[in-house]
Design a protein around this ligand. Sequence first.
Ligand SMILES: Nc1ncnc2c1ncn2[C@@H]1O[C@H](COP(=O)(O)OP(=O)(O)OP(=O)(O)O)[C@@H](O)[C@H]1O
Length: 626
Amino acid sequence: MSTPDAVTTDRAGTRDHSTVGSLLRLWPYVRPVRARLFGAAAVAVVASCTGLVIPLVLKWMVDGPVTDHDPAGIWLGALYLLLLGIAEAVLFGLRRWLVARPLAGVEADMRADLYRHLQRLPVAFHDRWASGQLLSRGTTDLMLLRQFLAFPLTFLLVNGVTILVGVLIMLDQEWTLGLVLLAPALPVMAVCWIFERRYSQVARRAQDQVGDLTTVVEESVLGIRIIKGFGRHRSQARAFRELSRTLRGTELAKARLLASIWAVIVTLPELAIGAALVLGTTQVADDRLSAGTLVAFLSTALALRWPVDSIGFLLAMSQEAATATERYFEVMDAEPESPDASTSTDPATAADADASAAPGSDAGPLPDSGDGDGDGDNNGGLRFHGVRFRYPDTPADTPPVLDRVDLHIRSGESMALVGATGSGKTTLTALVPRLHEVTSGRITLDGEDITTLPREELRARVAVAFEEPTLFSASVGENVLMGAGDDAGEADLDRALAVAQADFAHALPQGTATQVGEQGLSLSGGQRQRLALARAVVGRPRFLVLDDPLSALDVHTEAAVEAALRRVLAGTTALIVAHRPSTVLLADRVALLSGGRVTAVGTHHELLRTNTEYAHLMSGDEETER
Ligand SMILES: Nc1ncnc2c1ncn2[C@@H]1O[C@H](COP(=O)(O)OP(=O)(O)OP(=O)(O)O)[C@@H](O)[C@H]1O
């Protein structure tokens, strides 16, 4: 998994879209609600322009009823102003009502798509990406996008139109004063342009740092036992503080940029209004301008203050939304698991596959794997043919983890896989359900190449249980039945629990309906392992791949589990990663993985006699076993 820092620099370096270009990618999600969004924008434009009529009513009042001392006219003018104010408020309320529901829907759809996509991305992607980065994309970034669609998107348009209409009204009132007010337009636009470029970089940095911070929090919560156990809370807190200080620095840089653009955007127009006021007053004194016109002019200028002032933070929010869009699509653009009936999409993988001269490699006939079983049944069971595997992210010149692995587990047989730590046992088991794609060679189930099977079917045939059992926040029963089809019921659950020697589940406070917490933390390691095993067997799989799933069990429970497994799953072909002789003895035969290859296959006792490496690996617990 990448370090948080690596993720930050990595992702920040990928920016090559303009703000508008990035935001346009939201269109497919916005399309279904475009009518409401455009309707809301139109309503907001009308509401905002309604506000601009108020200065015109004021002009009419000053030059008319006020000058003529006509109280009835003044009351009428006041009524107009009241009605205009109410209309403006109602229209803005209507705008909010129009967008609230559809935009919540857009956010929910994008989140659902992200979640669905994450499920379809290969394990290699998840190995590479820090979970906090994914979490922050699914939460903070999507929230920023909804806010952008609800507010800055509309108001950049509304304020633009309002400013345009306001300027036209002012030019119409008195063009000389209008030009004075227009003078700051060019410098303000130049500042906005510079701001947009600078802000985009800091915004990206800040959002990546939020992802890094989320990763640290998540890891600290998940690893709280380790942190406490090793007394690492201080160093963990220090790491968190440092990241959080860095984020604070970035946020302050954002604030500084925002403050400087705000200073320019507010100051220049204010100076222009001041200048127009002086100029207008002299014109009124010289009788070249009516007092009402000056009042209307200045009221319009003041009414435009908010639309102009808000441009700074509307641009900032848009920039953050563009960054959020980029971050969202970085995940969405990642290639999902290669489609069924094909091999890896990794170019290095393809090159390797071409270059491979391994026996049994792609497209050739399936020769005897040379496993020495001599049974003549080449196709039954689970078979590895010249399998070679290198992790996609490792440099091309590093030796592959697995190199020309040939192994045949006969139908109905259980094979233990033994090897030194780091020899690639877990990696080999992950290839069977296609959690990773072989670099070259092939794996067959009853003669069928696994790459020709739809993934769903493959994973229904092959059940897996890993050493580190993950339980979800659901009931015990739901966790176990995850391993079976929708039609599985209580009887299947009870049978699976019995096979996995997990009858303790019935004694839990609410029996199998008891909720187990995040990762089943309320259960012991051995209990969790047994539930994970029950999940693996509940669907009566034809093939079972167990990555040392009994490591947390005592020898007696382990023997009971295996005896039950043998009885109930008589027709199942199993590959079981084993570290202890007690586990190895439960299998029919043992394969030794060494230097990326299967170097010996035989029974436990045969290998003990004939293979020194095996004998060495098995020594230790050996004596207790005999
Ligand atoms: N996602 C990964 N990316 C790159 N290399 C990896 C990845 N996962 C494992 N490796 C490397 O592959 C090699 C084999 O690892 P693997 O987990 O398969 O060994 P193992 O035999 O199961 O070990 P153990 O007995 O300790 O569980 C190791 O050198 C490991 O560092």
